[in-house]
Ligand binder design. Sequence first.
Ligand code: AMP
Length: 399
Amino acid sequence: MNKLTIKDLDIQGKRVLMRVDFNVPVKDGVVGDDTRIVAALPSINYVLKNSGSLVLMSHCGRPKGEKNMEFTLKPAADRLAELVDAKVTLAPDVIGDEVKGLVDGLQAGEILVLENVRFYKEEEGKGCTAEEQDAFAKELASYGDIYVSDAFGTAHRAHASMAVVTKYIDQCAAGFLLEKEIEYLGKVLESPERPFVAIIGGAKISGKIDVVTSLMEKCDTILIGGGMAYTFFKAQGLTVGDSLLEEDKVELAGDILKLAEVKGVNLLLPVDNLVADSFSAEANIWVSEGDIKEGLMGLDIGPETIKLFCSEVAKAKTVVWNGPMGCFELEPFSKGTYSVCQAVADSDSVSIIGGGDSVAAVKQSGLAEKMSHVSTGGGASLEFMEGKPLPGIVALTDA
Ligand code: AMP
C-alpha cells in the first residue's frame, strides 16, 4: 500500500471529509441491507474516537444530477444514527450556505451527512464543464481539513467526490475498508498462492472479457459458468438453442480459448448444463451435454460440471470468484452457484468474492464469514484485477 491511510493522519480537532458508499437498498424509507453502512463503521468510529468531526459524502441510486428526494440519504443517515454513539445530522443539500453553516457548527465527535452527491451533475461530470466540476469539488473540499475515502465501490469512477476533491485537500488517505480491499486484491495480483483458480460467471461476456484475458496471465485455472459460457460454446462450434448468446463476442471467445491453450491455462467450460423450455421456476428441466437443442436454454451448470468445478476449487490455494454459475435467483437453477459457493467456503484457500450477484449468493448461503474477503465493489474489483489504475485510489496522497 503506497498511499496514506487513515492511521497516518493526525485527526485530533480536525474536520474529516469522508467519502463513503451508502448506496444501500431502501424500502418505504428504511434501509433494507445495511452492510455498506456497517462496513464504513471502523473508519467512522476511528475518527470519532480520535476527537475529530466528520462530514460524510455518498451517492445513492441514480438521481441523474437532479435533486430528487426519492434518492435522499435520510434512510442511510437514520440507520447510521442507530449504529454510532454520536450526534448525526443530515444536511438539506450537498453544497450551499445552509450546508456551510452546518459544517462550521460541527463539534468534535459529531457527524454531518451531506445529501446525495449525485443530486449534482458535477459529481459524475456528465453534462457540465470540467470547470464546473472543479468548482463543485472545491466547495466539497472546503468542508474538510483532511480527506478519507472508504468508498471502494465507486473507486473506478473519476467522480468529483472521489477524484477531484482530492486536488484541493493536502492529505487524502484511504480508510480501513479501502485499505483492506487494496491489500487483498493487490496480494492476489502480485503474489497469489498456487494453484490460483478464477471462477467467472454471470450473464454477459462483455463486462468480463477483459478480466478473463488479464487473469489468463496470472491464473492456473479459469472456470467459466453462467450465461457467458454459451458464447464460448458457440465459439467451439456447439449449438446453444435459446441460451444467452453474444454473437459479436463469439470470435473473441474463440481467441480466448486459443490463448488459454498457448499459455497453458486450464480453462474449463461446463461439461453439462441444466436446460429449460422457459425462463421460469416452473419450466421443464433436463440435463444436457454438448449441443443445446433448439427451443431450450441453459440456465445453470449441470451435475457433472458442479463436480468438476468443485474439485478444482478444492485444490486451490487462491480463489477469485465473480459472477453466478446460473440463474440462481430461480431456485431450480441455483444449485450450481450454491455448490460452488460451498466448495469455496470449504477450500483451504485465500478466497476473494467480488460482484453484486456472487456476493449476494455468498451472503444468502450464510457463508460470507468463511470467505477471506468479500469485496464491496463489483465493477471496481474487476477493474482492479484487470490491472487498471482506479481514479479514486490514484487520487489519494502517496505515503
Ligand atoms: P452479471 O451481472 O453479469 O454478473 O450477471 C448476473 C446475472 O446473470 C444474474 O442475474 C443471473 O441470473 C444471470 N445469469 C447467470 N447465468 C445465466 C444463464 N445461464 N442465463 C441467463 N442469465 C444468467
